[in-house]
Design a protein around this ligand. Sequence first.
Ligand code: ADP
Ligand code: MG
Length: 318
Amino acid sequence: MSNEMINDVAQLLASQLQGPVALLLGGHSAEREISLQSGEAVYQALKAKNIAAEKIDTKNDDWLERVAKFKHAFIALHGGDGENGNVQAELEKIGLSYTGSGVAASAKAMDKVHCKKIWEKINLSTPSFVELTEDSDWVGIIQQWGTVIIKPATEGSSIGMAVANTAEQLAAAYQQAKPYGSLVMAEQWVSGAEFTVAILGDKPLPPIKLETDHGFYNYDAKYIAEDTRYICPCGLSAEKEQELQQLALAAFDSVGCKGWGRVDVMQNEQGQFYLLEVNTVPGMTSHSLVPMAAKAAGLSFADLVLKILQLSIAEAKN
Ligand SMILES: Nc1ncnc2c1ncn2[C@@H]1O[C@H](COP(=O)(O)OP(=O)(O)O)[C@@H](O)[C@H]1O
Ligand SMILES: [Mg+2]
């Protein structure tokens, strides 16, 4: 059958894949539970589109042996090795292609401090920050910025994060964040609205505005609370929305990300946007943000999954 005759995307994709997809999920990271949900949702979507897939939990020691018989992987791992480039590097060693960003971009994106340095260099707006050590000037930092948010540089899901208004709170927050990574930063608090922009291929999807009553979009607000509001269309003027999408896309590109991802952005009360971070394997549960943005752009969850897979076949990694 010629390609012209196959007008169904799923059918074409299945022929390009030349065999079932290894669907990587679970893993060891703190975000394991979410990854299991993402993986299951992706699995069901592939099944609905008649794309054969096998679920492989990278927590099991034999995962790499099991993966070796496949040609292509869908990565539904959040945080840790599945998002920081390590799994991606293993897959490359044994000749598998895979969804999303390559090894180097994954590693950079996982490190918030590294990303912020890239963005500062090319004048993409991100909140001011300082790397913390035992000897940091707690009083000076609070005097300079008032309120700060303390974050381990390489964790996700708001883990180890806290807000501080005083030197004492800052020092305590540093001690609490330390177990979650060797690098901890204090970032200037941005008071205002929060947005997230999904990127699919080389295009930003409609931004989503997030509203929470939990002070910031912390673990509870993300995964437990029922009262987080997701607003899409996000309510910005067309001009501001475009500015936000362009900023998010530039941030994604500057880190070398590919395929798909999500960029988190704050907007201060004067309307200025500030980049927080880029996620290379964002949540893919039925109520996650990228599927929500895709839906606003007219793509169903299953269409989105296919698109991510399709992009990964078309694309060379860097
Ligand atoms: N500088 C900041 N000012 C205000 N709120 C922030 C700031 N940084 C983070 N937040 C809040 O904390 C949440 C998590 O921060 P983020 O940098 O996206 O890390 P992660 O999602 O990896 O835990 C954001 O979604 C936002 O609600
Ligand atoms: Mg985030």
